[in-house]
Design a protein around this ligand. Structure first.
Ligand SMILES: Cc1ncc(COP(=O)(O)O)c(C=O)c1O
Length: 446
């Protein structure tokens, strides 16, 4: 039974029945609700007035920290000036300005942007672009997508299909797209407690050749991977793995999509993981850190060849029958532009690089705790696997999350893992607080 938080104050009279929370055991939540009421810098405040150090940047998104006035002002001004503008047939200057800024940040050759409202929509848009691109070039038989076990690509039908987390697919299996999966690269036997990129496992990329042999290369539209798996457990790629995937895709005319919804915007130390790993995909999806979580927004960033392939027909026909009411919403553009300014002015991507060895040392100081099976880190990402007993299997992460919360630290519990992704503005003493709290809580599990 979950211990309720201290007696609630501000929500004592709230009816909790109507709201269905996503990705949450609702009955458990409602028996012991956690209500956040405000946020500033590295901290949330709960309705009870407790301060919580944010070890997760909200949900991998609040990279510049909370309560940034500059973003709030930009959004306010944008709302007052242009509350809404459709992006079908009309537009507004900030959407163009943001596209240009994003292309300046993106790897060489990426110069087209398609806006969405979330990571899930960015992924589904990218998959549709891949299919339509092949069709436009006379390769309409390329319809198969290749995802990866443990991959997470959002919850729309395309993203659910290419996602490799069984729980997310099992209620929908009969309605999903035709997909095959690369094996994941988590190899604790050979790589336990790797610091940064693991040494072993480049050869997992060769599985793509096996998939190609069983399906025919010419039937495959695209491979989609997160450069570092996030929600599936924070799994950095083995050294050389992404490069090998790129080579194989190139040899067989297969598109490579990097889902950078988590890894972009400084999480791994550069604007994009593609740059950090020096591997250039064909298509990149982004969201989260794009607005530091303040206003929902996602995007697909592409090389010009995609755009050009669509521009062949008569000029007065729609080239791509796709888009959202809120694509390029003015408030979201304003939030994103202000967020990009903060990244730049505060040199936050470099800050990740500067902090990453401190972060790595701090996380790996938990290595000798009996329950700790593996620790993984890259940039300002961390994953800790814990061993559970038969009666707590799949629940240890939640137990640790809840116990850390009682001690004023927000971490993410997922199954029997703890996932960490603090805002990039984190200070050394706050890293220490996260790790010290985890140490106490994990020890108490024994
Ligand atoms: C890699 C990746 N892709 C896509 C998504 C989906 O993004 P959203 O929740 O904004 O739809 C997420 C969300 O965590 C993600 O981590």
């Amino acid at each position: 039974m979950v211990k309720p938080m201290k007696k609630p104050t501000g929500f004592a009279n709230l009816d909790l029945s109507n709201y269905w929370l996503p990705f949450t055991p609702n009955r458990r939540y409602k028996s012991a609700p956690i209500m956040l009421s405000s946020a500033e810098g590295m901290y949330y405040k709960t309705e009870n007035g407790d301060k919580l150090l944010d070890g997760t940047a909200g949900l991998w998104c609040c990279n510049v920290g909370h309560g940034r006035r500059q973003i709030a002002e930009a959004v306010k001004n944008s709302l007052m000036q242009l509350d809404y503008a459709s992006s079908f047939l009309v537009s507004h200057p900030q959407a163009f300005e943001l596209s240009e800024r994003l292309c300046d940040l993106a790897p060489d050759g990426f110069n087209r942007v398609f806006f969405t409202n979330s990571g899930s929509e960015a992924v589904d848009t990218a998959l549709k672009i891949a299919l339509a691109y092949h069709q436009a070039r006379g390769e309409e038989q390329r319809t198969l997508f290749i995802g990866r076990e443990k991959g997470y690509h959002g919850v729309n039908f395309g993203g659910t299909s290419v996602g490799g987390i069984d729980n997310n697919r099992k209620q929908f299996t009969k309605n999903l797209l035709n997909v095959d999966y690369l094996p994941h690269t988590l190899d604790i036997e050979r790589n336990a407690f790797s610091r940064g990129l693991p040494e072993h496992g480049k050869e997992y990329a060769e599985s793509l050749l096996k998939i190609i042999n069983s399906h025919k290369a010419s039937s495959i539209a695209a491979v989609i991977v997160e450069p570092v798996i996030g929600a599936g457990g924070v799994i950095p790629p083995p050294k050389g793995y992404l490069k090998r995937l790129r080579e194989i895709c190139d040899q067989h005319g297969i598109l490579l999509i990097f889902d950078e919804v988590i890894t972009a915007f400084g999480r791994v130390g550069n604007a994009f993981a593609a740059e950090r790993f020096n591997v250039t995909p064909d298509i990149i999806t982004i969201a989260k850190g794009l607005t530091s979580g303040t206003i929902p927004m996602g995007a697909v960033i592409l090389k010009q060849k995609f755009y050009d392939a669509f521009m062949e027909g008569p000029e007065d026909t729609i080239e791509f029958f796709h888009g959202y009411t809120y694509s390029g919403h003015p408030s979201a553009c304003a939030a994103a532009l202000a967020t990009l300014d903060i990244y730049e002015n505060e040199n936050l991507f470099q800050r990740t690089i500067d902090l990453s060895s401190i972060w790595e040392d701090a996380l790996h100081s938990l290595k000798d705790l009996t329950r700790v099976k593996d620790i993984r880190n890259f940039g300002l990402l961390g994953g800790i696997d814990l061993s559970a007993d038969t009666d707590t299997l799949g629940q240890i992460g939640y137990k640790v999350f809840r116990a850390c919360l009682d001690k004023g630290v927000l971490v993410r519990g997922a199954g029997d893992s703890i996932l960490l992704s603090p805002p990039l503005i984190i200070e050394e003493d706050q890293i220490d607080q996260i790790v010290t709290t985890l140490k106490t809580v994990i020890k108490e599990l024994n």
